[in-house]
Design a protein around this ligand. Structure first.
Ligand SMILES: Cc1ncc(C[n+]2csc(CCOP(=O)(O)OP(=O)(O)O)c2C)c(N)n1
Ligand code: SF4
Ligand SMILES: [Mg+2]
Length: 230
């Protein structure tokens, strides 16, 4: 029996009808747009695309792609994604995860999914902070970085996700800046072609909403990027 040709999809075919709830200006939007542009180029049937996430701003990603998906458990997306892929190897399975989700609570799952090299694609949104919970330092926060949980500056040295990935014997690792949609789109396509676990770290800043007593101060502070102490 010959192969059935995959329909040519467009950006809109993968765009969901859900309201996007990220702060205006967040690079999560760039990642989403780049993914929506990449998906139609992958030659994968829409019903075969699955996004699994943990918890965090970045982990809202599956809502915004019109595909199958699961907003799952903090740090555990790699385990769930591995199960999905093993149950049906024809699926294109993606993990959307943050630096807190994958480097802190999910660190153990993260290193072992890379070591196992199951055919998954992991998109690591590294904004060097816990964005959703309003700005505590994460394992990738820089020394001196002032956050809600380190008002005098973070004292703990950060992980480099790439070094961790190499230590865990990852076969495909790429690191790219947040505001690079064209290159990011191509990277996603390359990741899908790679037969094994591909890890794409997207490196960007977060505008973290600080806890504030009045609505006005939340709005005025919402667009102030966190400061890194000198
Ligand atoms: C078991 C558990 N512990 C802690 C939390 C609180 N929590 C929610 S998201 C998050 C960190 C998210 O940071 P990150 O993964 O970097 O995602 P971002 O919001 O920056 O995209 C934490 C600690 C939780 N939801 N569940
Ligand atoms: S808190 Fe940070 S990571 Fe979350 S949506 Fe806002 S800018 Fe993006
Ligand atoms: Mg983060």
């Amino acid at each position: 029996m010959g192969e059935v040709a995959v329909k040519k999809y467009t950006f809109k075919d993968f765009q969901s009808d859900q309201e996007v709830r990220w702060c205006p200006g967040c690079d999560d939007y760039v990642i989403l747009r780049s993914m929506l542009k990449a998906l139609p180029e992958m030659g994968v049937k829409k019903e075969d695309v699955v996004f699994i996430s943990g918890i965090g701003c970045s982990s809202r990603f599956p809502y915004y792609v019109d595909s199958y998906g699961m907003h799952s458990i903090h740090g555990r997306a790699p385990a769930i994604a591995s199960g999905v892929k093993l149950a049906n190897p024809n699926l294109s399975v993606w993990v959307a995860t943050g630096d807190g989700d994958s480097m802190a609570i999910g660190g153990n799952h993260f290193i072992h999914v890379l070591r196992r090299n199951i055919d998954l694609n992991i998109v690591l949104f590294n904004n060097e902070i816990y964005g959703l919970t309003k700005g505590q330092f994460s394992p990738t926060s820089l020394i001196g970085q002032k956050t809600k949980s380190s008002p005098y500056g973070n004292t703990q040295p950060p992980f480099q996700p790439g070094e961790l990935a190499i230590g865990a014997r990852a076969r495909f690792f790429a690191r790219i800046g947040g505001n690079t949609p064209k290159e990011m789109t191509q990277l996603f396509i390359n990741a899908e072609k790679f037969k094994g676990t591909s890890l794409i770290e997207i490196f960007f800043g977060s505008f973290v909403l600080p806890i504030a007593s009045s609505k006005e101060s939340v709005i005025s502070l919402a667009f102030t990027p966190f400061k890194i102490a000198s």
